[in-house]
Structures are given as C-alpha cells and as structure tokens.
Design a protein around this ligand. Structure first.
Ligand code: FES
Ligand SMILES: [Fe+2]
Length: 466
C-alpha cells in the first residue's frame, strides 16, 4: 500500500477509493457474514406494522413478504411467486396461506404449494415445487425470523432481562438506519463515545454524569463481551456495563441513571438487535424495558417508543439537519460513517479495544460456520433462560491519597463485573448477591492499590488489533 506522508495538507496522498472490508459486512446468502448471521433468530418487524395486506420486507438482502393468514399464522415467504414471478405483495391472504393474484397459485406459510388451480386433475406439479419460506416466532410485539438451514434452527434465546423482574413491560421499537449493520452494532462496544458524543463535544444529551470521562474495560462473557465504562461522580464510582451479545444483540441502561445514588447490578433498559436489511441498511430493533428496578423514578416515556421513535435523543433523523449538525447524536455518528464504513482508513486507538474484541469474536464465529460447524449455544439456566450481564452499579469509593484514581476506577469496574459474570446466578438472585460481594470488596479496600505500590489486579487488557 502507498505510504501517506505525515505532513500538513496531505489530502492528495490519501486513497480515494479504499477497499472495503467485506468479510464482516456483506450479508447476502453465500457471503461469509451472511451465512453466519443466517444461523441466528433476528427480529424483522413489530407486530403493529402488520396489517391485513401482505407486507414487503427486505432482510439480509432478500426480498420477502410477511403476512398473517386468516387462521392467525405468520408467513414469511420469498417475494416472487414460484410460477411466473408476480410479487406476492399483491397476493390475497386466505384462511390458509396466501394466493398469488396472477394465476391463482396458493402457498401455505411454510411454502408448501397448496393449489395450482389451472392444472388438470391428477397433476403432480404441486408436489414438485416448494416456495421459499422461513420460520417465524412472535413474542412481546416483535416478529423474529430464522433464515438459515432448516436442520440447524437454534432454540429461540430468551434473555433474562426480558423476563425479570416479573411484570417487566417490554415495549417494541424499530428504528431505520441507512448504513451497514456492523458500524451500528460496533457502537455498543465503543463506550468512550458516550462521554464525547453525548456530552463533552455535542452537549449534554443524557444524564450529566456522562460528561465524566470513563476508564474502560472489556471482558469476554459466555455470550460475547461486556463493555464496561467506569466513571467517578463525586465520592461515587459508577459502572455502566453493556452486554454485546454475538452476533448482533446489545443491552444498555436507561441513559438517565446518574452517579449520585448507590445502586447494585441494575439490569438493562434496552435489548436491541441490529438486523441487516441489506449491505447498506439496517434496523435498530428490540424492546425497551419498563420496571421499577431500573426506573424507580418513572422517567421513561412509553408514549415515545415505537416505529422510528425512542425515548433517547439522537437515535433517529427526526431532528432538522441544521440542529443535528450542531448537536449530532448516535444516528448521525453511525450513518455519517458512510454506507459501509471504510475500515482500511481507520486509525484505531487505545479506547477501541472493545471494537477490536468484537470484530475478533465475529471473525471466529464466521470461521466456525465456514468450517461447517453450528455456532455454540449460549449457556442457560433453569427454564432455558439465557443469563446476561448488563449492569449499572454505583458505590461510594472516595478518592484516596496515594492511589491513582484511574487505577481505582479500573479495579472497581473489573472486580464488580467479574463478580457479576462469574456468579452464575439468575438475574433475580444476582442483584442482592452482587451487593453483598461488592460491599465486602469495599470493606476489604479491594478497589485501592495495595500499599506496597504494586499495581492493582491483573486486568483483561485487549491489545489493539490483537
Ligand atoms: S405468477 Fe403467480 S400464479 Fe402465476
Ligand atoms: Fe450512543
């Protein structure tokens, strides 16, 4: 590759058409990432988007039709009729499946051809064709699809944050992002941006505590990684630990927790997938959780959540362009990277360890599928619920003379998150167990470096580009 001279005004020397990283970004069938993603369930629509007419929808680069037949069953089928290709968006929904309007062929929700009306009696044509179709799963107002090999269909993952505490309300949401899925997902593994984009550079967008620069940690979990940002807020330390779950799921806290009150292992307020529409479009789609544990003051706004609506600023393009230019949010940061971010032009730095860890994990998953293996199943407990590790923990740990505060923050983030990851407890039991364990560490002075001057605990440092 041509060397770019390090000198002022060197625009002329930069490559104008950099090569694109396709391994992790291209999502159509047959592409390495497309095949990998096809081994998982993905949400594709909100139940409320579906009417009594067929819904054209593009997922993983495939044109599909989603419908609910009059018997109440969901169908997700290839768009073009298997006869001569009319779009089934004009199909007539029946008691059982959908009928093409052009010559009347009818398909069940699983693609079985149930009628070819003009064929002579005794014709075996029906049995010789099966229309393309995919299994669906509907839960809490979202419709999921599995688009991989039918014999490798995974169990649907029920994350603990969607079932605990009892009575948690899950409100579905779906946001359009006109960019590749990976740059949208990587945002979850890049917690330093919450200080700059959401406070220091763009102005305060969430709680004022986001303005404190965090110390970052990234820990591997059985599901992917935990992206840990630890901040000092007065005498308190505040951890915001966000799950980044393979391949495209992430969880986050509310955005309005601040560092002023002690809290232990608050769970997620968002569980979202980044579902690719095609190589250059994706959806932020999932649930916003409402319960008194994560939001005791009732600051969340149910009425602001839905199709291209969310109760966090900056996640859509609804604000005028001139306003977004002065105070850009996540939507502008992600879409602003271009259709597909050009990773060959990046200059990764010390805060990008989560991004490199995520890319490494995705490459490993892709290699597994390329080797003919099925991606490993996440561990479960009890009734098949998948434990997750998202947490916000706030504890009084004042600065201490002689202890470098960045080291204290690092030890706190690392040790508390290790307690949570290693506990093996269901989320409902984990909260009080975490409080006990963390209070004990606090009483033992475990967050301060030992007096002999050696550095605090070994930490999971990830090397850039490792
Ligand atoms: S094109 Fe659909 S039945 Fe002929
Ligand atoms: Fe953000």
């Amino acid at each position: 590759m041509k060397t770019i001279p390090i000198r002022p005004y060197n625009g002329y020397f930069h490559p104008q058409a950099p090569t694109e990283e396709t391994m992790l970004t291209h999502v159509s069938a047959g592409k390495p990432c497309g095949e990998y993603l096809r081994r998982f369930w993905h949400p594709i629509a909100m139940t409320s988007e579906l009417s009594d007419t067929p819904m054209p929808i593009r997922v993983l680069g495939e044109d599909l039709i989603l419908f609910r037949d009059l018997g109440g069953r969901l169908g997700l089928v290839h768009k073009h009729c298997s006869h001569r290709g009319m779009s089934l968006e004009y199909g007539i929904i029946g008691e059982r499946g959908i009928r093409c309007a052009y010559h009347g062929w009818a398909y069940d929700v699983d693609g079985t051809v149930i009628d070819t009306p003009s064929e002579p009696p005794g014709s075996r044509l029906k049995a010789s064709v099966c229309h393309g179709a995919y299994p669906t799963h509907e839960v809490h107002g979202l419709i999921f699809a599995y688009m991989g090999p039918p014999d490798e269909i995974p169990e649907f993952p029920v994350y603990d944050t969607t079932v605990w505490p009892a009575g948690t309300e899950l409100v579905p949401l779906k946001l359009d992002l006109p960019c590749n899925w990976l740059q949208a997902h990587e945002n979850a593994a890049d917690p330093i941006h919450t200080a700059y984009l959401h406070s220091i550079v763009s102005g305060v967008q969430f709680s004022p505590s986001f303005s404190a620069l965090p110390v970052l940690e990234f820990a591997e979990t059985p599901l992917g990684l935990l992206s840990i940002a630890t901040r000092r807020w007065g005498d308190n330390l505040w951890i915001r630990g966000s799950d980044v779950i393979l391949p495209n799921v992430a969880q986050f806290g509310t955005g309005f927790v601040d560092g002023s009150k002690e809290k232990f292992a608050l769970t997620a307020a968002f569980t979202r997938w980044i579902t690719p529409v095609d190589d250059t479009h994706c959806w932020y789609i999932g649930w916003r959780q409402f319960n008194p544990v994560i939001d005791p003051e009732g600051q969340g706004r149910r009425e602001d959540i839905g199709r291209n609506r969310i109760d966090l600023m900056g996640q859509t393009d609804e604000r005028p362009y001139a306003v977004r230019q002065k105070m850009p949010g996540d939507w502008d940061a992600l879409v602003g990277q271009g259709d597909i971010a050009k990773r060959s032009l990046e200059h990764l730095c010390s805060t990008d360890r989560g991004v490199t860890m995520l890319r490494r994990q995705l490459r490993a998953g892709i290699a597994e599928v390329q080797a003919g293996k099925t991606p490993s199943k996440p561990p479960r407990y009890g009734d098949e619920v998948v434990p997750t590790f998202n947490n916000e923990t706030i504890l009084r740990v004042p600065e201490r003379e002689g202890a470098t505060d960045a080291e204290v923050l690092r030890a706190f983030g690392h040790k508390v998150c290790r307690v949570i990851i290693d506990s093996g407890l269901p989320v409902g039991e984990r909260q009080s167990a975490t409080e006990q364990a963390v209070r004990k560490l606090q009483a033992d002075g475990a967050f301060y470096p030992p007096p002999d001057g050696t550095t605090s605990s070994a930490v999971d440092q990830e090397k850039i580009n490792a």
